[in-house]
Ligand binder design. Structure first.
Ligand code: CMC
Length: 430
């Protein structure tokens, strides 16, 4: 059996044999299909990249029909059970689980980079007291490119790795400062005796005590949530990271763009939108009306936290998150909105509208309930998505830079506007 595709152009009667590799044909192989020498050649039309692979990647694998998610081949369920965020971050970045020695030096290196330059605090001070923390995070990380001028040296391995370490380490510090800024409290310095997540909780919540002690269950729960959010192959924000990176911009600027893409309610902003939706529904007896509103498509309303471009079954991250919810609520008490979420899920999973469209809970459906129970304000939720996703963006960015197949991202268009015409003087326009 030949690994080729034979295409017959019925406009000309000509046939072409196109190679198939890894289940794909190259879009550029279509360009030879022309009706004549002046014809530009055939292109594909694929808004939103519904069926276009943009890269070859070795980082994350998803089987959307079976609900499988692997980082570098390791199932997400096993990592959630046995690993921690920093170890998983190492795995995502380097491709293998670290040895003891590698893990120790990796933790030490990340810890060394958690401090922020005093200037960074000053420009964070300039934000309005009620600025959205995600806006603060993405602008501040973008501004780090002005502080770390060496970051432009993207093809130097050592410099590149320094920026990656800085970003993984400093994003939680910036996120915590954004939160402290919004509540008008002084910034807490990092405490490098604590774990990655323990320290983050310390920077957020430490008050007058000399030493902050994170609750071990909440610290572990947040760490597992970070594992579950660490990468998710070619989603909207990762594609943005790769696209900006393809112009050879520095990683801070590309991160700012990726975080902006994550901010939207259809992507990482969905966890915030879910909480607002549950609060608006307010009580169990309003659930049927809300479901009816979603089904009628009224004012574009959607069941936030449901549906996914790739998963056409239960999102494996959502399954893990439901387990974490039980663990957290034992400590914090149950989030009163949980019953509304469970009822929405129960109805949706048996309703024809959702079943036919294969709409299941995604990663954002239950995570907000946990974050809220842990004391995070709703506006911090997308920030809590961005912190662990940093490593995914970095790994994907580096893979793109080192991939000889990649060039500056530059899609084509189908032009449907006016043909060339002469300028019309202002007094002669109709
Ligand atoms: N509620 C109601 N209907 C929906 C929903 C939803 N959440 N999601 C999709 N649909 C319907 C949609 O109206 C369409 O129906 P029809 O065929 O009659 O026009 C059909 O399902 C297919 O939807 P689509 O918009 O073509 O699917 P997509 O792959 O372009 O969108 C999505 C994927 C995630 C943007 C979408 O499911 C959605 O808006 N979900 C709510 C927002 C959300 O939870 N986002 C987080 C995604 S997971 C975390 C992440 O990656 O950031």
């Amino acid at each position: 059996m030949a690994d080729t595709l034979t295409v017959t152009d019925n406009r000309t009667g000509k046939s072409y044999e196109l190679p198939i590799q890894d289940g794909t044909i190259k879009a550029m192989d279509l360009r030879q299909i022309k009706t004549g020498p002046d014809d530009f050649g055939l292109m594909t039309y694929d808004p939103a990249f519904m069926n276009t692979a943009n890269c070859r990647s070795r980082i994350t694998y998803i089987d959307g029909d079976k609900g499988i998610l692997l980082y570098r081949g390791y199932p997400i369920e096993q990592l959630a059970e046995h690993s921690d965020y920093l170890e998983t971050a190492y795995l995502i970045l380097y491709g293998e689980l670290p040895t003891d020695g590698q893990l120790q030096s990796w933790r030490r290196e990340i810890t060394l980079h958690t401090m922020l330059h005093e200037n960074v605090k000053k420009f964070m001070d300039g934000f309005q007291y009620d600025a959205h923390p995600m806006g603060i995070l993405l602008s501040t990380v973008g501004a780090l490119s002005t502080v770390n001028r060496d970051a432009k040296n993207i093809f130097d391995k050592t410099t590149r790795m320094r920026q990656i370490l800085r970003l993984i380490a400093k994003v939680p510090s910036i996120a915590a400062y954004a939160y402290r800024h919004s509540i008008g409290r002084p910034y807490n310095n990092p405490d490098n005796d604590l774990s990655f997540t323990g320290n983050f909780l310390n920077m957020l919540f430490k008050m007058t005590e000399l030493k902050y002690k994170p609750h071990p269950v909440l610290e572990r729960a947040l760490d597992v949530l970070f594992i579950l959010h660490a990468d998710h192959e070619q989603n909207c924000s990762t594609t943005t990271m790769r696209t900006i990176g393809s112009s050879q911009a520095d990683p801070y600027s590309a991160f700012a763009g990726a975080a902006a893409a994550l901010y939207g309610p259809l992507h990482g902003g969905a966890n915030e939108a879910v909480l607002r939706m549950l609060t608006e529904i307010g009580s169990l007896n309003h659930v049927p009306d809300f479901i009816a509103k979603v089904k009628s498509g009224e004012a574009g309303s959607r069941l936030m936290g449901f549906g996914h471009r790739v998963y056409k079954s239960y999102d494996p991250r959502a399954k893990q998150i439901k387990k974490i919810a039980d663990m957290v609520f034992e400590v914090t008490g149950k989030n009163p909105l949980l019953d509304i979420a469970l009822e929405l899920e129960r109805i949706a999973l048996q309703d024809d509208y959702f079943v036919k469209r294969k709409l299941y809970p995604n990663v954002d459906f239950y995570s907000g309930l946990i974050y809220q129970a842990m004391g995070f304000p709703t506006e911090m939720f997308p920030v809590l998505f961005a912190i662990p996703r940093t490593v995914g963006w970095m790994a994907q960015w580096e893979e793109m830079l080192l991939d000889p197949d990649q060039k500056i991202a530059r899609p084509r268009q189908i032009y449907l506007g006016s043909e060339a015409r002469d300028y019309v003087a202002r007094d002669q326009r109709k």
